[in-house]
Design a binder for this molecule. Structure first.
Ligand SMILES: Cc1ncc(CO)c(N)n1
Length: 242
């Protein structure tokens, strides 16, 4: 019998969600180089707001760390995040007609709000593991989607999403000794001191992140706004939004 580490267990349980993300029409449109400019704009604007929540999560990972080594790991990655996040989105913006100034600080739309709330929630009462796992799920999913998109061989430099695919495969993030694997190692170390009941909660929160990733692509594909949700709830649009 092969005994899985806790992080391997998370990754195994997340496989159906990964497949669903791969199959999402947004990702398939990237492969076919048919991504709608409006979907790309919405994605850039909303992911910048998600990235702002990642900044807050990472500051709190430093705060919840109990050793200098952990504090340095999370603080260094926070610094890297702050140094690179705008660059990625700026390079994505170059492929669109919109200016960078229009992309930053747009209103936080429903799915972005829910996903941000999900990764921020453990700050109040959670352990280091509670805070790290739902956040790391997003890193892991992005790396896997990057591998998937690269393996198609279809996302070439003239594709609007090319710089995204390159960025999520950066060895600093995705390499054997990269940040994602180092975060998974911290997850395994913390899991060793956590009871089975609490580990099940952590697992569900990890999986919920990967589920919300699917809804994040879906919201971008449909450019869903609070106004759409309102029209839908108040019954004035007659259609199925979700
Ligand atoms: C929605 C989302 N998930 C994960 C990442 C990875 O940082 C990101 N930038 N955005």
């Amino acid at each position: 019998m092969i005994i899985l580490s806790f992080s391997q267990e998370l990754i195994q349980a997340a496989q159906p969600y990964l497949t669903a993300n791969e199959h999402h029409p947004f990702i398939q449109a990237v492969i076919n180089d048919q991504l709608d400019t409006k979907a790309l704009h919405y994605y850039i604007q909303q992911d910048l707001r998600y990235a702002d929540a990642e900044t807050v999560v990472q500051a709190n990972l430093v705060a919840k760390s109990t050793t200098i080594e952990d504090q340095r790991l999370f603080a260094n990655q926070l610094s890297t995040h702050l140094g690179t996040v705008n660059e990625l989105f700026k390079s994505l913006t170059e492929n669109t007609a919109d200016s960078w100034g229009n992309q930053r600080y747009q209103p936080i739309e429903p799915v972005t709000f829910i996903y941000r709330s999900h990764i921020l929630a453990p700050i109040a009462q959670g352990s280091l593991l509670d805070l790290l796992a739902p956040f790391e799920a997003g890193n892991w999913l992005y790396i896997e989607l990057g591998k998937y998109l690269a393996a198609t061989g279809k996302v070439q430099p003239d594709n609007a999403f090319y710089s995204w695919v390159t960025a999520v495969q950066d060895p600093h993030l995705a390499g054997e000794n990269g940040i994602s694997n180092r975060f998974l190692q911290v997850i395994d170390r913390e899991a060793a001191n956590t009871n089975a009941e609490q580990l099940e909660v952590v697992k569900q929160q990890f999986l919920r992140s990967v589920l919300l990733e699917w809804y994040f692509w879906d919201a971008a594909y449909k450019q869903l706004t609070w106004a759409d949700w309102e029209r839908h709830a108040l019954g004035t649009d007659g259609g199925d939004l979700l």
